[in-house]
Design a protein around this ligand. Sequence first.
Ligand code: ADP
Ligand code: MG
Length: 700
Amino acid sequence: MNNLLETPIEYLKGVGPARGDLLRKELNIHKYGDLVHLFPNRYIDRTRYYRINELVNSGAEVQVVGKVINIRTVEQKRGSRLVATFTDGTGEMELVWFQGQKWVRDSIKINVPYVIFGKCTQFNGQFSMPHPEMELLAEHEKSLRTAMQPIYPSTEKLSQRGITNKVMAKIMQQLFIETQALFSETLPKSLLKELNLIPKNAALFNIHFPKSQEILARAQFRLKFEELFFIQLQLITKNLIRKHKIKGHVFDVVGDYFTSFYERHLPFELTNAQKRVLKEIRHDMGQPAQMNRLLQGDVGSGKTIVALMSMLLALDNGFQACLMAPTEILATQHYNGLTKLAEPLGIKISLLTGSTKTADRKIIHEELENGSLHIIIGTHALLEDKVQFKNLGLAIIDEQHRFGVEQRSKLWHKNDIPPHILVMTATPIPRTLAMSLYGDLDISVIDELPPGRKPIKTVHRFDNNRLKVWAFLKEEIAKGRQVYIVYPLIQESETMDYKDLMDGYESISRDFPLPQYSVSIVHGKMKPADKDSEMERFAKGKTNIMVATTVIEVGVNVPNASVMVIESAERFGLSQLHQLRGRVGRGADQSYCILMTGHKLSNDSKIRLETMCGTNDGFEIAEVDLKLRGPGDIMGTQQSGVLNLQIADLVKDRDILSLARHHAVKLLKEDPSLAKPEHAALKNAYIEITKKKNIWNYIS
Ligand code: ADP
Ligand code: MG
């Protein structure tokens, strides 16, 4: 049967070359097998027939069985309309046409039972249905489409060229007639039985021609499960293969660097979460396989020290390590922080960014190649071909989702044996989503903040309360605290946004005048050196207020800053708001986040603001964000597009996803290479799917 599914689509009766061409171009349907996977977007419930005396003025689509008893043209101011009287014995209603009147008039049969379908409206006590879908009752009973009517994805071109939904449904019927719905089962019998799943055949038939809501739900469940199950198989297999096949450096020594740092120079007690995560990383790097680990930890959870200690392990085993950050500011900050922490250890750390001078660059290149430089911290500049290592053992990437796949793989190939990879992110990715997007990465979570942090108090204030907000800032500054005031910078409206920022800066400078106050400003159009020196002034406490765009979003650490004011907060996404808020609350003082907005707020903005005021928990926020925006936006279209799901929805179907994951893990444990005879069909399907959908190359 599989061969039949390979048949080019134009061979299907009712399709032909012209329609075949359209289907290929518009819906990417090339073969019979593609068509069967064109799943309806929605269904119109045609399981219920209404009587005319039951109709209510709800605007819902209804279907009625009855006869046309007369038909007439009614002249009106502009043009005319065709009106038919339709009765079912319980009452009368009107059917109305404005277009195609002649054709309708010629084709409608009087006093013959029809099924009509459409939206009903009431006018002067009389129900009428404009442009109803009509089908002779006799035909209606014969067709497969006796119940729920599928509505297929379409495009403007398709409907223009006559491939209406009705035509599509006919084509689909034809497909099932020609193939006799013999689609081979892909899931093992035991799984079908255990989960009470309907067979593939039945699922495909019922997704297109369901007779009831119940059977439709079962068909959807089966197909969603299957889709997610195969993705999980791929991701898990990939992970297993990596662990077996991709060699990694074995870091089996815990040496002087690590031990002396841990015992003598650690500035604070590690949290339990940090200890656990370090143990996981140590275990990974002790195996002869490459580590590929995602380290999730909310802002301020202390990922940096974990990064440093992991790098020390690499050094203890005679390897170099690198840390890559998405911005120059962040790289510089890491450099400063880590140099200070590692000072007593006598290791050599350098910084490499776009603004590193050529002469310094040369030295760094040399030292990296001869091995005298132990740790390099930097931006994208690390990826340049000129940067070669003597022996890179560990690559750490901070704030991962700003780097693309390609960039990551560049780091991989710097040496024959790829370095262990640790990706750190402060964007909490809900577990289910992480499982499906990063199912091939191992995940560590720092789910505990260092002790003594006071939860940040977050409030929402309208712009017309600004005076009160400013007064509050003055109180805080009087206590010696510092303040961030952040303006949105959204690419499309860049000029406007810069104007807002500069206007804001001017009025803040007036309201907080010298010499009592001093105000810094940092934005993306400044030269890196100027940015750094402004940041530096603020970090050293020389200025009270930092006015900035989101350039400060990622990672800066000024523990004395205790107030974060976010202007036009309604324009920021939830995860961005959460990241920004994470800039305060790093010291021992009570910190505040003030979300400023105008009065006009969309529903989504209201939910975002309420969520921010209600919780400090990044995972909770991420869940809301996921619901509001969908996974595509959160992970970046590129990454969610990789999954390219046909029927399952990562947000709505997260329970099915967990189920699929669970069973995929279980099955691969029993039969890692899918070699058992009862898994033959599964294996074939798996091979087919991996040919089509390669999600392999996107992490590594
Ligand atoms: P992030 O996870 O956001 O990168 P950082 O690593 O910058 O967080 O840590 C935030 C702050 O918390 C830093 O000032 C750091 O020194 C401090 N810190 C980290 N771990 C601990 C700990 N276990 N106890 C106390 N302070 C800690
Ligand atoms: Mg950080």
